[in-house]
Design a protein around this ligand. Structure first.
Ligand SMILES: [Zn+2]
Length: 298
């Protein structure tokens, strides 16, 4: 229970806490806090505020202060060192582009897939990439606080066979030129990077006009998601406007795409031109760790 609570709570890192890195506790929950470097600036203490739990990081020790985290993430070490080796700069990772020109192979089966359970609204047996689910839980907690209709997850990871079944059905319904459902190869659902959400259990064409649809369009980037098939990018994506289909790319990528109104097809070109040393995301294992844009000081 401890981990469930933490994973859906944003962590606010105090102003001096830069850069941040992810820390995983022994219960495998993840939250953000500053590194120890520079701790001397604050008298050896850094404070990290979780929603209901306050943690004081004291030069290598993490102690619970009045919350329900007793025993969690408490290293044995009582070292007083204040230095942390500088991490080498990591190359930019270009999110995997899945579309008609860049198809998934039929035998691609992602690892790290989990059922959504009861932590978010939706059919509990729907499967998602574990990182994507963690990011969604953070967003979900804020959706519940916002004055909007709380959506359900209606689709996540879909196998090649399942996608083919859906595609064949739509082709029978609308003909081979239909742009409603992606063919099995070009589907992001097979890659496990995306989620379909809804307020009535179906893919709603008017989702973008609903309060939650507007909220998603304006805020999902803060949690690492983008509306993958924007209304004005149909020619580039090859897919009709799908306000319900959100793709996880991580906060940094999502923020840039949002601020510059870029779809993934455009953004990948931009990254390749701007960062010649960038590397391609190989699998969902390369997904950026979930974090919240507020942690970036933006
Ligand atoms: Zn979808």
């Amino acid at each position: 229970m401890i981990c469930d609570d933490i994973s859906i709570n944003r962590s606010y890192v105090y102003a001096e806490a830069r850069p941040c890195k992810i820390q995983t506790c022994k219960y495998n929950c993840a939250f953000w806090f500053c590194d120890i470097a520079g701790a001397a600036d604050t008298g050896g203490k850094r404070r990290v505020q979780l929603e209901k739990t306050e943690v004081v990081i004291e030069s290598g020790k993490v102690n619970n202060v009045g919350g329900d985290m007793a025993g969690a993430a408490v290293p044995d070490s009582s070292t007083t060192t204040t230095t942390v080796p500088t991490e080498p700069e990591k190359p930019v990772i270009i999110p995997m582009l899945v579309n008609k020109e860049n198809v998934m192979s039929a035998d691609f089966v992602p690892v790290n897939i989990v059922e959504i359970g009861k932590s978010v609204k939706g059919t509990p047996t729907i499967k998602l990439n574990a990182t994507v689910l963690e990011a969604y839980k953070v967003m979900y907690a804020d959706i519940k606080e916002a004055d909007v209709t709380v959506p359900s997850i209606i689709s996540g990871y879909r196998s090649y066979a399942k996608q083919k079944q859906l595609y064949d059905k739509k082709v029978a319904q609308y003909g081979p030129g239909q742009k409603v459902t992606a063919a099995p190869g070009p589907s992001e659902h097979q890659y496990s990077a995306c989620i379909d959400i809804s307020t009535d259990g179906t893919c709603q064409n008017n989702f973008g006009e609903l309060d939650i649809g507007k909220w998603i369009a304006q805020n999902s980037y803060k949690y690492g998601f983008v509306v993958r098939y924007p209304v004005d990018k149909k020619e580039l994506t090859g897919i009709n406007f799908e306000p319900w289909h959100i793709r996880y790319v991580g906060v940094e990528h999502a923020t840039y795409m949002y601020e510059h109104s870029l779809c993934l097809e455009e953004y990948v070109v931009y990254l390749r031109e701007t960062y010649p040393d960038a590397v391609d995301e190989q699998s969902p294992d390369d997904f950026p760790a979930p974090r919240w844009a507020g942690d970036l000081g933006e």
